[in-house]
Design a protein around this ligand. Sequence first.
Ligand code: XIL
Length: 315
Amino acid sequence: NGLNALAKTQGKLYFGSATDNPELTDTAYTAILDNNMMFGQLTPGNSMKWDATEPEPGTFTFSGGDQIADLAQANGQLLRGHNCVWYSQLPSWVTSTTWNATGLTAAIERHVSTVVGHYKGIPYAWDVVNEPFNDDGTFRSDVFYDTLGESYITIALNAARAADPNAKLYINDYNIEGTGAKSTAMQNLVKSLQAAGTPIDGVGIESHLIVGEVPTTMQENLEAITALGVEVAITELDIRMTLPETAALLDQQKTDYQTVISACIAVEKCVGMTVWDYTDKYSWVPSTFSGQGDACPWDENLVRKPAYDGIVAAL
Ligand code: XIL
């Protein structure tokens, strides 16, 4: 029995993992990743992002994304597409052009329709818009918002729906795990999209968390979001610690993983959970958060940590 098999017994669609193309040559790594009793869903960590898929205007490259989509299909795993419109990992032609509204609208529409259209019928869901908010709940200033205001979100969602009518369309963000200004802002955005008739199916709760700091309001927050009539998913779970690792930190991490997974299990419309890679060997954390790491349920030798048992305890 693996994590995905257990998640399904709890009525969830999947327990999944992010992965990235360079790791796929590591056969010890892929032996675990490819087991659909363990992982029933994959998310490409980088290879479907704008800089990877449209490095030059109108020139699309799908080799990296296709490798992960093909792997998921070969393994009998669901796929989450990630992502269409995000302030980060943009090619310089997007960030360095002085756009007017008409030009940027056309660029977003071409990007979203081509990428989502390429994978039509394959992903369970797409993170159509990624990380639109600041932590205080205001919209993030970036090329999209500064040129188009909130309308860029509608433009992207409409283009995604037209390109793949069966994919669930998500907005994904971090620091919306518990109640607070940022989650409230996400809920207000969902309501305003619904009122305008814009397609929105789900909210992705990234869940890049810190050991000992899992919000106590997570279940309540997930209930509040799903009460709006959208689903939620835990999309990028990892729980990092300040290094060096100690037995006490690993034990707290086990508790924290159990808390997060339990919150999703308790919320009917929390459809699935994804770890942002399953092993510390390939985690993004140490290179992003200085002095922190060991955030995943498997260690860098691909050995299960107490966190794995915490997940099992919740499932
Ligand atoms: C991260 C990848 O894991 C890294 O390899 C890359 O260098 C930066 O992006 N939120 C997201 C993900 O939505 O796309 C990010 O992925 C992690 C934070």
